[in-house]
Design a protein around this ligand. Structure first.
Ligand code: HEC
Ligand code: HEC
Length: 336
């Protein structure tokens, strides 16, 4: 058992190492990606290889700025250091944004730095980069964002900006490898097949009950459901996003090894399990679904009867390991 873990993890890190290119190596980088099975960029797409920490050391930027960017990187990859304050589950930002937030097809985070401020349908107003980061704290980390303008928020934002080095602000072209592009939805999706596949290909790392693995204070394998996972308001609860994430990134070190059908089945199974309440909960799951269904939950299983046993998903007031539902930062803006 132990051996299998370390072998798989090594396979995973070798895979990321293959994608740590810098500078002018765009062609090599794209060749590596296409050899792994990812699509080549379309003619009109913007391709950007984010700089590495080694590039940071070699750059002529002010040493104090370098220090803050390194701090942002450290918070991004070890977000558990903010546990109990801003993070109330087992996630690091890099649990979903693989390769330190640099990997294409793993929602690389730099696009946010060049496309925001922008309107966001999820909260129906114009968001800043800090507010976008705050969103992932609120939902994906089941937490409470660091204060706007605080040292930690600035460090994280600086890390995002640094990754976007050299990209034009508000680019007109679509961005290659952005988000978790979902494979086409198959005609039917099966809970039972998803459960079976999870047992065969995922449980060895993520646990039979989706609990993941934590050793001392370190998350070795994050929890895909339960109290230590992302909450019902997180982007990953959209079955399409989860299918896109899984298809392109899991099992770790074997991206693109599942068929589209398998990725959808396992995403459907995973997102049919319980997790902490959506921070936008009104006190009633049907009402919350009605309110956020059109803009968000139409892609999730929230408020629906589970295929296997008819249980209504999200019908509870469990907030996981935190003792509040909604952080104060989640508020509307009007510009009036
Ligand atoms: C549970 C998984 C998960 C975790 C953990 C997570 N995120 Fe995300 N993040 C997502 C999803 C899903 C999206 C939306 C991707 C898409 O649009 O397809 C996203 C999008 C983003 C974006 C926007 C990227 C773009 O293309 O504009 C930023 C920035 C971001 N996350 C930052 C963070 C930060 C910072 C943290 C840690 C505090 C974090 N995320 C933790 C799942 C996660
Ligand atoms: C070899 C171990 C391993 C296997 C097998 C594996 N994963 Fe993962 N998975 C990880 C690790 C490690 C991360 C976090 C990435 C990081 O920290 O670098 C992760 C992250 C995730 C995440 C995002 C964070 C979370 O827990 O919600 C999901 C969802 C996920 N995996 C689903 C799956 C599914 C579905 C399968 C089976 C098809 C699978 N994984 C197989 C190791 C594994």
């Amino acid at each position: 058992m132990k051996l299998t873990f370390s072998r798989s993890v090594i396979a995973g890190s070798a895979f990321f190492a293959a994608l740590v290119f810098a500078g002018d190596q765009t062609d090599d980088y794209l060749t590596t990606l296409t050899e792994l099975g990812y699509p080549a960029p379309a003619d009109n797409q913007l391709v950007h290889i984010p700089p590495t920490l080694k590039d940071l050391e070699q750059s002529s930027m002010h040493p104090e700025l370098k220090r803050v960017i390194r701090r942002g990187h450290d918070l991004f990859t070890d977000t558990q250091q903010l546990r109990g304050e801003n993070v109330f589950n087992n996630m690091n930002c890099s649990s979903c944004h693989l390769g330190d937030g640099r990997m294409p097809f793993s929602a690389p985070v730099w696009p946010a730095a060049v496309t925001l401020p922008n309107y966001r349908g999820k909260n129906d107003h114009v968001n800043s980069l800090e507010e976008r980061i705050a969103g992932c704290f609120t939902y994906s980390m089941n937490g409470k964002p660091p204060d706007y303008g605080s040292d930690n928020m600035l460090a994280l934002a600086a890390y995002h900006h640094w990754l976007a080095r050299g990209v034009t602000m508000y680019p007109e072209q679509p961005i290659y490898g952005r988000g978790f592009p979902a494979p086409e939805r198959p005609e039917e999706v099966s809970y039972q097949r998803g459960e079976q596949l999870y047992k065969e290909k995922c449980a060895i790392c993520h646990g039979d009950n989706g609990e993941g693995l934590r050793i001392r204070d370190t998350t070795v394998f994050p929890a895909p459901w339960g109290n230590n996972s992302y909450n019902w308001g997180a982007g990953m609860v959209r079955v399409s996003s989860a299918a896109g994430f899984v298809k392109n990134n899991m099992p770790l070190g074997q991206p693109l090894s599942l068929t589209d059908q398998e990725a959808w089945d396992v995403a459907h199974f995973m997102n049919s399990q319980e997790r902490p309440q959506d921070p936008r909960y009104t006190g009633d799951v049907a009402e919350t679904l009605e309110k956020y269904g059109p803009t968000f939950h139409k892609h999730s299983l929230y408020g629906q009867k589970r295929e296997s046993d008819g249980k209504v998903l999200g019908d509870h007031s469990n907030t996981g390991n935190k003792d509040f539902l909604k952080p104060d930062t989640v508020r509307p803006r009007t510009f009036e």
